[in-house]
Design a protein around this ligand. Sequence first.
Ligand code: SF4
Length: 210
Amino acid sequence: MTYAVKECFLTLQGEGVQSGSRAVFLRFAGCNLWSGRERDRAEAQCNFCDTDFVGTDGEGGGKFAAAEDLAAHVERLWGDGEESRLVVITGGEPMLQLDEALVEALHDRGFRVAAESNGTLPATPGIDWLCISPKGATEVVQRSGDELKLVWPQPEIDPGTLEQWDFDHFLVQPMDCERAEDAKAAAIRLAMERPKWRLSLQAHKLVGLP
Ligand code: SF4
């Protein structure tokens, strides 16, 4: 399988429970909920995306012909240290491309594999840390994992329904949008009213990391 990677670089994980951890960040190209083209946004199943996942032209991006090649690329970006190797795989929608061969190749190089998905596709087996972030009215089939991240507000989503799902951590994150102040207030309100949820911020944006 050929993997299409938008970008891949060494940074600090910016979101969620593992926020602040050194990680290689691997963004796959392509998503099943939006083409990535502005002209399609209004009609897309997910229409608040703040990510460029089109093409393979980002930093460290490209096409990789085999799992071994991509895992070697990740290892080169990490450098020599053997300790606490972490790769965060996102997109786009990573489950369109992340397969067991790649998870295994990364494990062979000592990486823990974290992934963030919109949950509309079953998660690839072997992932060490799975974050699911539901989008709008889509049907989420992956209802278990480590971290459920709810970008808020989304009127189509009932947090009470999500609370029945099998996750260890429930995070609410203000939507990064034109009405950011309203979104922050709404996220704080949700966390105050429903103690199962913790407020999560995009720390990388606060400190100026990509
Ligand atoms: S599911 Fe994620 S990557 Fe896809 S359009 Fe929505 S926010 Fe963007």
